[in-house]
Every structure is written in structure tokens, then in C-alpha cells.
Design a protein around this ligand. Structure first.
Ligand SMILES: Cc1cc2nc3c(=O)[nH]c(=O)nc-3n(C[C@H](O)[C@H](O)[C@H](O)COP(=O)(O)O)c2cc1C
Length: 181
């Protein structure tokens, strides 16, 4: 595999983490919920914005997970997971699944059905991708997960956006950006 570290060397580079985070936050993204089920049958779900498309043939997508999150073990060992692009009216759910909890699903039981590999599948979202685990790349403190899309739906609902720490519809997020002439 090609790696920039062949060029940059393995010199540890430290950056001001909060400045770096703020700079990354200036890139507007959608917001997704990724779900899986552990070997013990426990459902796991987390809010992510690292989703990206990778390939059409085969159909591949990616996302990345911070290795020290509580649910990382379940996602990294699971053979399948489901990524849902959240709609603009799912902001509360996005905030809920971004906080650690023993059973995040208890508060949203009716919102889910069962999908690929027994993973919890959102009944409503802007789009949903049911994925088989395809490859993984451990980089820094995150692991990039590439998933092969075995089934998908697309409702074309207005998406939920994330920009500079703000979540909302395209109109709510745009309102918070200082107007530049
Ligand atoms: C908008 C948004 C995007 C996020 N994106 C990611 C991401 O791409 N990868 C990640 O590991 N955590 C991401 N997080 C943080 C996780 O949602 C958070 O750490 C969550 O508690 C992890 O679930 P767990 O505690 O059940 O393991 C994001 C949070 C928010 C609010």
C-alpha cells in the first residue's frame, strides 16, 4: 500500500489539537448514523461525519472510527454494519448517538428494524447503505473502514449537515455563517 509516511518519514508531528479540529470543522459534511451488532448480540450505534464514497464497481464506501471509542471493538470485528445518512429532522437522534450510553437504542426502539447481519436499520433516513466489511486501514488514532454496499435505499429527504460544530438543515447551518459580501 502507498503511504505518505514513505515521503514524510516517521517523524512525530504534533499539532495544536483544538486549532486542527476547528480547521477540519470548516469542511461542511453530512451526518450519518452507523450501526452494528456485537458477537454477544449487543447493538452499537454512533454518529459519524467521516463517511465518503469510494468506488462504483464494486460499490464501496468508507468511514473512520476513533480506536479508543467504547464501541470500536464491535465495529472493527463485525462482518457487517449499516450507514444511514440522516435527514434534517434527525438532529436529536444524531446528538443522542454521539454520547456514550449503555443502550443507546432503548430511547429509539420504534425507529429501527433489522437489516444485514442482524444490524439495527433505521426505518427512515435520507439514504441507507447496508455494508459487508471489505477492508480496514489503521492510521494514527483512527481506523478507516471500507464497506461493500450490498443493499441501499434513497429517500431524497433533506439531509442533516455539520459545519463548524453546528448541526442542522442547510438553512439552519447557513444562517449561522457570517455573511460575506
Ligand atoms: C457530527 C459528529 C460526527 C462524528 N464523527 C465521528 C467519526 O467519524 N468517527 C468517530 O469515531 N467518532 C465520531 N464522532 C464521535 C462519536 O459519535 C462519539 O465518540 C460516540 O460517543 C461514539 O460512540 P460510543 O461511545 O458508543 O463508542 C462524531 C460526533 C459528531 C457529533
Amino acid at each position: 500500500m502507498y503511504s505518505w509516511s514513505y515521503i514524510t518519514g516517521d517523524v512525530p508531528l504534533s499539532v495544536d489539537a483544538s486549532r486542527f479540529r476547528r480547521a477540519l470543522g470548516s469542511f461542511p459534511t453530512g451526518v450519518c448514523l452507523v450501526t452494528t451488532v456485537g458477537p454477544d448480540g449487543k447493538r452499537e450505534g454512533m454518529t459519524i461525519n467521516s463517511f465518503a464514497s469510494v468506488s462504483l464497481t464494486p460499490p464501496l464506501v468508507l468511514w473512520s472510527i476513533r480506536d479508543d471509542t467504547r464501541s470500536a471493538e464491535a465495529f472493527l470485528t463485525s462482518r457487517s454494519y449499516i450507514i444511514s445518512i440522516l435527514a434534517s429532522d434527525q438532529k436529536e437522534m444524531a446528538s443522542h448517538f454521539a454520547k456514550p450510553a449503555l443502550d443507546k437504542f432503548a430511547a429509539y426502539e420504534d425507529a429501527f428494524t433489522l437489516g444485514i447481519g442482524g444490524c439495527p436499520k433505521l426505518r427512515h433516513s435520507a439514504a441507507t447503505f447496508e455494508c459487508s466489511s471489505y477492508s480496514r486501514y489503521q492510521e494514527g488514532d483512527h481506523t478507516i473502514l471500507v464497506g461493500r454496499v450490498d443493499a441501499f435505499t434513497n429517500s431524497e429527504s433533506t439531509p442533516l449537515l455539520f459545519h463548524s460544530g453546528q448541526m442542522g438543515s442547510v438553512w439552519e447551518v447557513a444562517e449561522k455563517i457570517p455573511h460575506q459580501a
